[in-house]
Design a binder for this molecule. Structure first.
Ligand SMILES: [Zn+2]
Length: 245
């Protein structure tokens, strides 16, 4: 399959963090040696820790699966994500109009400081029914930029939201991969698929079958590696999916 330079450049922008280091690890993870750790002490709030280290509260919460301040109990070891490099932000996901591009550049530059932890349960739907086998965040010093959901090979994968397929093909480490672009600079990625059903350029509806669960790429067993990106920033899918009991 031949890919245009445009597609490759766009993917590099989207997956800049995970792309390079992926060949060293099992799933779509990247080494993160620049981040720090902090163990919560009695009387410390997640908000205070975020201020003390000058880390955005929302980012700190998402990396550590802290959905409310009560989840940060004393003794919990927190990963403090390093400052994102902003240099790449001027490059834009291609396929945007000039107007969209300007808006994107503007929103990327905006320095946001979360005052409280926000969840967006229900913005997207679960792409497959299955067991959550690996959360978003840090494991053994490695960053996992998505979640893993185990399911039988061949289980249909549904689009987590309506949008347009911007990539459908193979990628090193990810195996068969589908990328969907939604509104508001949100993207979702579906990796290790047995096969892809949707084609690049296709418009898909929320819940529509786009691929089937497999174990292509670097994968130890059949599962879906699912990512949510806002621009190029990996977000914790569990903050955006309906809560499970
Ligand atoms: Zn994964």
């Amino acid at each position: 399959m031949t890919r245009s330079g445009i597609t490759l450049r766009m993917l590099l922008i989207l997956f800049i963090g995970t792309f390079v280091a992926m060949t060293f690890s099992g799933c779509a993870t990247s080494f993160d040696k620049r981040g720090k750790y902090h163990t919560v002490r009695s009387g410390e709030s997640i908000w205070r820790i975020s201020r003390a280290y000058n880390v955005d509260l929302q980012e700190l919460a998402e990396y550590n699966n802290i959905f409310s301040p009560n989840d940060a109990q004393p003794g919990k070891r927190l990963y403090l994500p390093p400052k994102e490099k902003t240099a790449g932000y001027k490059k834009l996901p291609l396929g945007m109009s000039a107007k969209e591009s300007r808006r994107y550049a503007k929103s990327s530059k905006k320095k946001s400081r979360s005052k409280s932890i926000k969840t967006f349960h229900g913005k997207f739907i679960w792409p497959v029914d299955g067991k959550l086998t690996s959360p978003f965040g840090i494991r053994g010093g490695r960053r996992h930029d998505g979640i893993d959901i185990a399911a039988k090979s061949g289980t249909p994968i549904k689009a987590a939201g309506s949008g347009r397929v911007v990539f459908s093909g193979k990628m090193r480490g990810y195996g068969n991969l589908i990328l969907i672009r939604h509104g508001d600079d949100f993207f979702t990625a579906y990796a290790h698929n047995k096969s892809n059903k949707s084609k690049k350029g296709q418009t898909v509806k929320k819940g529509q079958v786009i691929a089937y669960v497999g174990r292509t790429g670097r994968s130890t067993g059949p599962h879906l590696h699912f990512e949510i990106r806002n621009g190029q920033k990996a977000r914790n899918p569990l903050f955006f999916l309906p809560q499970r009991k």
